[in-house]
Every structure is written in structure tokens, then in C-alpha cells.
Design a protein around this ligand. Structure first.
Ligand code: 5AD
Ligand code: SF4
Length: 461
């Protein structure tokens, strides 16, 4: 067939499906799921997915703006993409996602990209690609109050066909003072629960055994019932997905300490297939910092939520996010963070140095006054403590038995398999016992015999 390709090039004898798209994904799990949505939208428009940049007709990065170093890495990649353009005529390159939203025209002005698309404009990508011509790059960074891509069936890019992400909402209404997300992803909106259940059912019927429900703040999920139907909150949604099958594991992220309700905690306890893990970002252990961060809870409130979780589910892992060196953080505030970590005994943590993001409330109101070397020192102290806590947490599991969902061969030794326990800890165990070999997607029972700070080493039971 003959068609006009992006730009003014006329290509003869090339079928639509021969246009190949390559996407690099940066940042959070939400971005991974967005990439799957983009592949789905572009597949409908005749593009094939490729993992080889050198054969791609369209190259893009789905980007993250949450810290400056994430953005700096992407500027480096834009130069690499531009190299591909110069090698092969007709290649189109673009930036999508949070950095597209934040830097808009600046990206186009670089003269190195053909398109810039924000997180709510992926449906317009096929049209944008078809309109690009030399000197006429395309941009769409419109944010939406409604878009949830609820009708789009993401093209799964995971390698093992066992575990998949489902976005249940988009955006965030919280405006934590350090955070750029509300500006790049817009206002919070929840997705129709029926489409979430359908997506989970479809995944299960295709052999998936685990779904992770994603949102910036899942506890504020709310679908307003119409025509006499009741409202659906996050706990209701969790139950409905858990009820699809006891063989389907359900995870979720991220919980907000100010919003996680007793109903959610009790719902988790009711269903053994809702995994025993809550990611509950504390950010800081100091009330002064929490106030400045606009987190809208105190240390005491946070610890109260942890007690409730432990009271209802003593086996529930709790993980967190921590920011070191936020504006005006004193040594005492920093000590408060270390002490809250000890008090909770986190199983795992993601730890960051504060990175000022232009346009945020913190950037407008508070000087970024902790010297970089001091931020690094504090972060290293936090990391060292977390390594101890993770090891302690894993040691507490030695001797216990867990049901593990097999993900595949272990990276260290192919005679071993690996997979996660309900508490999200990575377990390694022999792939073969008495002639039977496990495969990805199987459930196996294991007993923990030893551990490192990162892994539980197990035998089969
Ligand atoms: N600087 C450092 N870390 C940040 N985070 C969000 N914004 C910033 C920032 N400006 C961290 C928070 C959040 C996680 C996703 O990223 O800990 O929970
Ligand atoms: Fe950012 Fe706070 Fe929203 Fe999380 S809850 S995305 S930290 S504004």
C-alpha cells in the first residue's frame, strides 16, 4: 500500500505495520504502565513495538521529573536519540510524560525532538506523528480532568507474563511542597471500577497471577455511583479485585499516611490474596519538616497508622520513602528521621536527597539551604541504617514458611528460581526438587534458611 509517512516523505510499498516504535521508560511504575498504554494506542495506528533502537522509526523517552538527576539523564538520552536521527533519515524522536509536561517548549527549542506529549495526551500521538514535517514539530501538553485511559488495553511489556500493573487513578491533589507531580500529572481522577475489574479479569484469564493497583494516592480513590449505584472507595475496589480468584494476588501502591483507612487495612486482612505489604512513605520523622512538606500528618499520627496495621496484620511488611536534607532540616530533624525508621523497623526504603523542583511550593517559599555534601552525608546515614533494618527484618523471617509466586530463574544461579513472598521480599530457592521443576507463574511453598539484607534464601517444603 502507499501512504504518506510522518514528514513529507512518501513511502511506497511499505505496510503500516512496518513502522516500528521504541520507548525508553524512566521513573515510577505508573510510567511503566503509561508506556504500555502508549504501545496500545500506537499499535491501533499500525506501529509495531521494537526493543532495538537501531531499527526504530519512532524513538521516544517516557520521562520522570521528580528529581533533577532524572531529568539530567534524559537530556543525555535526547542527544543519543538525535544521533539516531542523523544516522537514519526519517527517524522521529520525542519526549513524553512528566518532563514533557514540565519543560514543554524548552524541549522543542532544543531542536532535537520532533514531538512533545504530556501524560494526558497519548491518544493524540498517532495524529501528532502523522503531522510532523521538517521544521514543524508537534506538541500537546494539555492536562485533562477526565482522562484515565480506562478503555485502553495496555500492551504488556513485562518479561514473564506473571505480574502486571493496573492504573486505577491519575494525577494528585495533595501538593506536597517538594513535589512536582501535581503540576506534571494534573488533578486527581479515579477510573471506572468496572474497567479495572475487567482488566484484572482479562489478565488473570491470560495467565497473570498478580496485579498491582497503581495511583499516586490510592487511598483517595473514589468512584461516584450514579443511577442508584453506591460509591466505590479504595477498600471496595480492593475487595472486588481480590474476589476475582484466590489464585490472583493483589498489590497496590502508593498509600498516603493521612488517608489510609481502617477499612482498607481490615479489607486487606480479610483476603489472603491481598499481599501483606504496604508502601507508606513517611518522608521525614520530624514534625517541623512534615509541616513544611505539607504532608498533613504528624509523626504521632503516622506511628498510629503503623500500630493499626501491625495490630490487624502482624505479618504485614511496611516500606517507605524518605527525603534527606529538605529545606531548613536541622541535625535534630535528621535524628528524628533516623529514630522513626528505628521505631517502625522498615522492611525496605527508597531514600533520596532533596532536589528542588522549580514551581513547587518549597521552591517558592523555602531556600534549598542544606549543602549538597551534607545532604549526601545524611542520606548515607539513612541508607546505612536501612541496610541494618532490612537485614534485621529478613533475619526475623528465617525459619518461617512462605507461599511464593515464581517469577523465573534466579540471576545468580540458574539452578535456582526466584519469586516474591506476600510481604514482597525476594526469595531464592531450588528450581527442581524430586524431579519437578517450577516455572514462572507457579505458587510454591518455601522455608527461609538464611538471608542477606536483600534476599531470603529458602528451601522448598
Ligand atoms: N526531591 C527528592 N525526593 C523527592 N520525592 C518527590 N519529590 C522529591 C524531591 N523534590 C520522593 C518522595 C516520593 C518519591 C516518589 O520521590 O520520597 O515519595
Ligand atoms: Fe507528590 Fe505528595 Fe502527590 Fe505523592 S502525595 S505524588 S509526594 S504531591
Amino acid at each position: 500500500m502507499i501512504f504518506t509517512c510522518p514528514g513529507s516523505r512518501i513511502l511506497i510499498g511499505i505496510t503500516m505495520s512496518e513502522r516500528k516504535v521504541y520507548i525508553e521508560t524512566y521513573g515510577c511504575q505508573m510510567n511503566v504502565n503509561d508506556t504500555e498504554v502508549i504501545f496500545s494506542i500506537l499499535a491501533e495506528a499500525g506501529y509495531d513495538r521494537t526493543e532495538n533502537i537501531e531499527e526504530a522509526d519512532v524513538i521516544m523517552a517516557n520521562t520522570c521529573s521528580v528529581r533533577d538527576n532524572a531529568e539530567q539523564r534524559i537530556w543525555g538520552r535526547i542527544d543519543q536519540f538525535y544521533g539516531q536521527k542523523r544516522l537514519r533519515e526519517g527517524v522521529l524522536t520525542g519526549i513524553v510524560g512528566c518532563m514533557a509536561e514540565r519543560l514543554k517548549d524548552k524541549l522543542l527549542e532544543s531542536g532535537r525532538v520532533d514531538f512533545v506529549a504530556g501524560p494526558d495526551s497519548y491518544r493524540s500521538l498517532p495524529a501528532m506523528l502523522s503531522r510532523i514535517s521538517p521544521g514543524h514539530p508537534q506538541i500537546n501538553v494539555e492536562l485533562s480532568r477526565e482522562e484515565t485511559y480506562s478503555d485502553i488495553k495496555p500492551v504488556r511489556i513485562d518479561k514473564n507474563g506473571v505480574s502486571a500493573f493496573i492504573s486505577i487513578m491519575r494525577g494528585c491533589n495533595n501538593v506536597c511542597s517538594y513535589c512536582v507531580v501535581p503540576y506534571t500529572r494534573g488533578a486527581e481522577r479515579s477510573r471506572d471500577p468496572r474497567t479495572i475489574q475487567m482488566e484484572a479479569c482479562d489478565l488473570f484469564s491470560r495467565g497473570y497471577k498478580e496485579v498491582t493497583l497503581l495511583g499516586q494516592n490510592v487511598d483517595s480513590y473514589l468512584w461516584k455511583g450514579v443511577d442508584g449505584h453506591p460509591d466505590v472507595d479504595f477498600a471496595d475496589l480492593l475487595s472486588s479485585v481480590a474476589e476475582i480468584s484466590p489464585e490472583l494476588r493483589v498489590r497496590f501502591s502508593t498509600s498516603h499516611p493521612k488517608d489510609i483507612s481502617d477499612k482498607v487495612i481490615e479489607t486487606m486482612a480479610k483476603y489472603p490474596n491481598i499481599c501483606r505489604h504496604i508502601h507508606l512513605p513517611v518522608q521525614s520523622g520530624s514534625d517541623v519538616m512534615l509541616e513544611k512538606m505539607r504532608r498533613r500528618y504528624t509523626r504521632e499520627w503516622y506511628l498510629g497508622r503503623v500500630s493499626k496495621i501491625r495490630e490487624v496484620m502482624p505479618d504485614c511488611a511496611i516500606t517507605t520513602d524518605i527525603i534527606a536534607g529538605f529545606c531548613g532540616e536541622t541535625l535534630e530533624d535528621h535524628q528524628d528521621t533516623l529514630s522513626v525508621m528505628r521505631e517502625v523497623g522498615y522492611d525496605y526504603a527508597y531514600m533520596f536527597q532533596y532536589s528542588e523542583r522549580p514551581g513547587t511550593l518549597a521552591a517558592k517559599h523555602y531556600p534549598d539551604d542544606i549543602p549538597p555534601a551534607e545532604k549526601t552525608r545524611r542520606l548515607n546515614e539513612i541508607i546505612a541504617l536501612q541496610n541494618e533494618l532490612s537485614l534485621e527484618s529478613n533475619r526475623r523471617d528465617v525459619g518461617k514458611t512462605f507461599r511464593v509466586l515464581v517469577e523465573g530463574p534466579s540471576r545468580r544461579d540458574p539452578a535456582d528460581s526466584c519469586g516474591r513472598a506476600s510481604n514482597n521480599k525476594m526469595c531464592v530457592f531450588p528450581a527442581t526438587v524430586s524431579g519437578g521443576t517450577v516455572k514462572a507463574g507457579d505458587y510454591v511453598d518455601v522455608r527461609v534458611v538464611s538471608c542477606t539484607s536483600a534476599t531470603l534464601i529458602c528451601e522448598r517444603v
